[in-house]
Design a protein around this ligand. Structure first.
Ligand code: PMP
Ligand code: GLN
Length: 386
């Protein structure tokens, strides 16, 4: 294995899901729903499979999906992208992130990102031979995660090539505010760098959040330097389909396309028309999806508090982070490895998403994208810890 990939072992999600299977625990670790997405979407996929859409689709994605992606971004965020040249379909957001970094970063270039970060960020940056410059999100007095603006300013320098921003943020559930985004946008322009945004949870911002979801690309001067990434997996509960996309200025999307051609060439033909159908669903689908997830959030947050955890209520995503200190826990990795044996529940240690493990030592993450009866069962089991 090449030296730059040696620090990366098996992903924590694979390790913890395997542990859930081998112990029969309730799996609130890896973020995937335990119910299917919209029936219209599933029917469209079945029809495409039977209808012969089973060969290589066009490289950038089928026109119907690229059009649906552009329409969706206009409808929800007022963003204008030309389906021909400004939208590229990828194998999930994961491929979009990797291809984008590989397309934009020379070896030694720096990528500013916020830790804890989604695990593929560090690996994709390493694949490109680039260097990550993490800025730490920490629980603040108001119960939200925050970063120090000076730490962010200091992360920018002559080698900075891009900022990689995930909002709503996994694993913290933080939704970046307009003020925070404005600061980030200002620094991108001052240092003339690109922004790459991972917005896979764009439809999961709860009604009691401090703000709504604001794509960084909508801020003045940002459209021309932002590549915006999203995916069907979260919004339409089809994480196993791996259909994602990246949108942005034609010259940047063209650079990403160059790389993407040689990673996967094209993506699952029969799933693309189905995701196009899903994207065009009425607002009620999106509202119900969010409202259902908000109920589950409240159910799990309440249960975790009862079980004795210190909980930071998330403003978005389908994850909640909890501090294990009140339960006598000192290390999240140890705690999560023992949890299935102790009480039959799987969670993920947040620590592994920090460069500085101290910052997340006692934090663990639970996913609440599960049926209410599963959450009830998990909470009953967790109460036994006290
Ligand atoms: N980014 C974030 C923040 C995620 O949580 C995930 C997990 N789904 C991904 C990217 C990857 O998305 P996909 O499954 O579409 O590759
Ligand atoms: N995005 C999901 C999570 O954070 C799953 C990611 C994965 O399994 N690679 O849990």
């Amino acid at each position: 294995l090449v030296a730059r990939m040696r620090p990366f072992g098996t992903t924590i999600f694979a390790e913890m899901s395997a542990l859930a299977v081998s112990t029969g625990a309730v799996n609130l670790g890896q973020g995937f729903p335990d119910t299917d997405g919209p029936p219209e979407m599933l029917a469209a996929a079945a029809e495409a499979l039977r209808g012969g859409q089973n060969q290589y689709p066009p490289g950038p994605g089928i026109p119907a999906l690229r059009t649906a992606v552009a329409d969706h971004q206009r409808r929800f965020w007022g963003l204008e992208y030309d389906p021909d040249g400004q939208v590229l379909v990828t194998a999930g957001a994961t491929e979009a992130i990797a291809a984008t970094i590989l397309a934009l970063c020379e070896a030694g270039d720096e990528v500013v990102c916020f830790e804890p970060y989604y695990d593929s960020y560090a690996a994709s940056i390493a694949l490109a031979g680039a260097v990550r410059r993490p800025v730490t999100l920490r629980p603040a007095a108001d119960g939200r995660y925050a970063f120090d603006p000076d730490e962010l300013r200091a992360a920018f320098g002559p080698r900075t090539r891009l900022v990689l921003l995930n909002t709503p943020h996994n694993p913290t559930g933080k939704v970046f505010t307009v003020d925070e985004l404005t600061l980030i946008a200002g620094l991108c322009q001052e240092h003339d760098v690109y922004a790459v945004t991972d917005e896979v949870y764009e439809h999961l911002v709860f009604t009691d959040a401090a703000g709504t979801h604001v794509p960084l690309a909508t801020l003045p001067g940002m459209g021309e330097r932002t590549l915006r990434i999203s995916s069907a997996g979260k919004t339409f509960s089809c994480t196993g389909w791996k259909v994602g996309w990246v949108s942005g200025p034609a010259r940047l999307v063209s650079a990403v396309t160059r790389v993407k051609q040689f990673l996967t060439f094209v993506n699952a033909a029969p799933l693309q028309p189905a995701v196009a159908v899903a994207l065009a669903l009425p607002d009620s689908y999106y509202d119900d999806f969010r409202a259902g997830m908000q109920q589950r959030r409240d159910q799990l947050v309440g249960g975790l508090v009862d079980a004795g955890f210190d909980v930071l209520t998330p403003e978005g995503t389908y994850f909640v982070t909890a501090d294990i200190a009140p339960l006598g826990g000192r290390d999240g990795v140890e705690f999560c490895r023992a949890l299935p044996e102790r009480c039959g529940v799987v969670a993920v240690p947040t620590q592994v998403f920090y460069d500085d493990p101290e910052a997340g030592r006692r934090l663990i993450r639970f996913a609440f994208c599960k049926r209410p009866e599963m959450l009830t069962e998990a909470v009953t089991r967790l109460r036994a810890l006290a």
